[in-house]
Design a protein around this ligand. Structure first.
Ligand code: 5GP
Length: 178
């Protein structure tokens, strides 16, 4: 009989919060007050965005997009589709894409391309986690929470088949039939 997967803490909640506070200060320092619009990528980035927005000691706006990727269990097929678009115009604003994790870079390459066409003043990326060892497309991530090894992580918004998103810590999912 197949064993159930188990979770092992990789980055505890307090460390995540500490790093997000630093990123918030850095973002506030880098942008004129009130200029930045955070674009959260659903669903994985929603918890990161909620904490990051409150860690920026300046006015920010935010909105959400959703994308789906085809043909992947844990690997990307390279095909990405927009499934929920923004409500607001990005013309002339400083866009900061807020993503949970950069893996192959396929999703962010697609999103940056889509958002560039909306004529923002600037586009940068904030990713809570970065797995550089798996990169297939070059992506410039200006704000990285943590660089992690090539392991499948869940928690703090990240899922496996929609489970584990509400775990407080970032955990490695081990065993079972992943
Ligand atoms: P990329 O297009 O960079 O390969 O993939 C980015 C997306 O893949 C992330 O937004 C996330 O949804 C998913 N992903 C990549 N690595 C992981 C991981 O370790 N855990 C989880 N839960 N999702 C991942």
């Amino acid at each position: 009989m197949a064993s159930e997967p188990t979770t092992r803490i990789l980055i505890p909640y307090d460390k995540v919060q500490e790093r997000i506070r630093e990123l918030g200060q850095q973002i506030a320092h880098d942008y004129p007050p009130g200029s930045v619009v955070l674009i959260g990528i659903l669903k994985g980035a929603c918890i990161f965005l909620a904490d990051l927005a409150r860690a920026i000691p300046a006015p920010v706006k935010f909105d959400f997009m959703a994308v789906s990727s085809y043909g992947r269990g844990k690997t990307s097929s390279g095909e990405v589709k927009l499934t929920k678009d923004l409500d607001m115009s990005l013309e002339g604003v400083d866009v900061l894409i807020v993503e949970d994790i950069v893996d192959t870079g396929v999703t962010l390459t697609y999103l940056a391309h889509v958002l560039q066409q909306r004529r923002p003043r600037s586009i940068q990326i904030a990713a809570l986690l970065d797995k550089p060892s798996r990169r297939m497309r070059p992506v410039q991530v200006k704000y990285v929470g943590f660089t992690i090894p090539d392991e499948f992580v869940v928690g703090y918004g990240l899922d496996h088949a929609e489970n584990y998103r509400n775990l407080r810590d970032i955990c490695v999912l081990e065993g079972g039939e992943l």
